[in-house]
Design a binder for this molecule. Structure first.
Ligand code: NAP
Ligand code: GLV
Length: 314
């Protein structure tokens, strides 16, 4: 029985991942997917470890018992017609990644609270202009998604003195955080927030959530921080909301098309901060340990970790 790495990595990335995975799972048989992988090798594959798997790489694996994603978000994988039905799918849940996400969220919220993006813009124009200062407890932050990332982010912001509300699909509790759920919960929470942070999975229910209607519902002069998926935002509506002054600033790490095309207006908009999808990168060292734990659970016949609910889409 063997483990298959099926990923759209360049040679250096592939070598790094393989070294980390082999280090955490010594004694396992490994193969790396390539178009000429022999039928005999395919038949031995028990676990497929995937990151944007190349087309056809998950076909013809009769003994496959687990697909383990190296990414936290599985929206793209779930849309892949090559993903075998009926095989358990696990996603990446790594505390180190959650921490990285909390750092990015804190940087964005702090920068918005203290006007640091405005001062960066002023510097480019050699403009010496001081604005008023707000305390953290005067800033209301709404975190959309109260899962692995959302919880870590909400607690980090709470620890830094912000007023935090969080929205999830099902009712949830988190000490010190005001929680809400369902469409009515969001409708009530949006106008109260100075900063909205998106940490939702991309599903048919959350696709295009940030459209003209939502921007109209948001508080005048509030800001959006999108750290989840580009498909959550209708870019044309976002640009209108920024132009109208309804939105003060947008911090965007993810886009409908990545890399963000050179001509996209978001690149040059003075009140948009662009990151190249780096809010929380998968760390091969810590992530390999997560993969190893799941492979061991599979071998020991124990429950698998972080299984995706394919029907819910995350
Ligand atoms: P997670 O643990 O699955 O949490 C998802 C949260 O979203 C849950 O609280 C869930 O509610 C909520 N949710 C789902 N559908 C909803 C709906 N229709 N209405 C309201 N709430 C809904 O996911 P995670 O690990 O925190 O990751 C979140 C997303 O972050 C990933 O899917 C990925 O797209 C993105 N991400 C981005 C980066 C980056 O670098 N930019 C890195 C990693 C991940 P329940 O609690 O009720 O289930
Ligand atoms: C990154 O965006 C991930 O989903 O891991």
């Amino acid at each position: 029985m063997s483990l298959l790495l099926a990923a759209s990595f360049d040679n250096a990335e592939r070598a790094r991942w393989l070294a980390e995975l082999q280090g955490h799972l010594p004694g396992e048989q490994w193969c790396v997917w390539h178009p000429g992988l022999a039928a005999g090798e395919r038949e031995e594959v028990e676990v497929a470890i995937v990151a944007n798997p190349p087309p056809g790489s998950l076909a013809g694996l009769p003994r496959l018992r687990l697909v383990q994603s190296l990414w936290a978000g599985v929206d793209r994988l779930l849309r892949d017609p090559g993903l075998p039905a009926g095989v358990p799918l696990a996603r990446m849940v790594d505390p180190a990644m959650n921490e990285a996400m909390a750092e990015t969220a804190l940087w964005a919220v702090l920068s918005l609270q203290r006007g640091f993006y405005d001062y960066a813009r002023q510097q480019r124009q050699a403009q010496w202009l001081q604005h008023g200062q707000r305390r953290a407890d005067q800033v209301a932050v709404l975190v959309l998604g109260l899962g692995e990332m959302g919880r870590t982010v909400a607690l980090r912001l709470l620890a830094n003195g912000y007023r935090v509300t969080a929205w999830s699909r099902r009712p949830a509790r988190l000490d010190g955080v005001l929680t809400c759920s369902g469409p009515e919960g969001l409708q009530a929470a949006l106008p109260e927030a100075d900063i909205v942070i998106n940490l939702l999975p991309l599903t048919p229910h959350t696709e295009g959530l940030f459209d003209a209607r939502t921007f109209t519902r948001m508080r005048e002069g509030s800001s959006l921080v999108n750290l989840a998926r580009g498909g959550h935002v209708v870019e044309a509506d976002l640009l209108v909301a920024l132009e109208e002054g309804r939105l003060r600033h947008a911090v965007l790490d993810v886009f409908r098309e990545e890399p963000l095309p050179a001509g996209n207006l978001l690149w040059s908009h003075p009140r948009v901060t662009v990151l190249p999808h780096v809010a929380a990168q998968t760390d091969p060292t810590t992530a390999a340990a997560v993969v190893a734990a799941n492979v061991r659970a599979l071998r020991a016949g124990q429950p698998l970790h972080h299984l995706v609910d394919r029907l819910a889409g995350y």
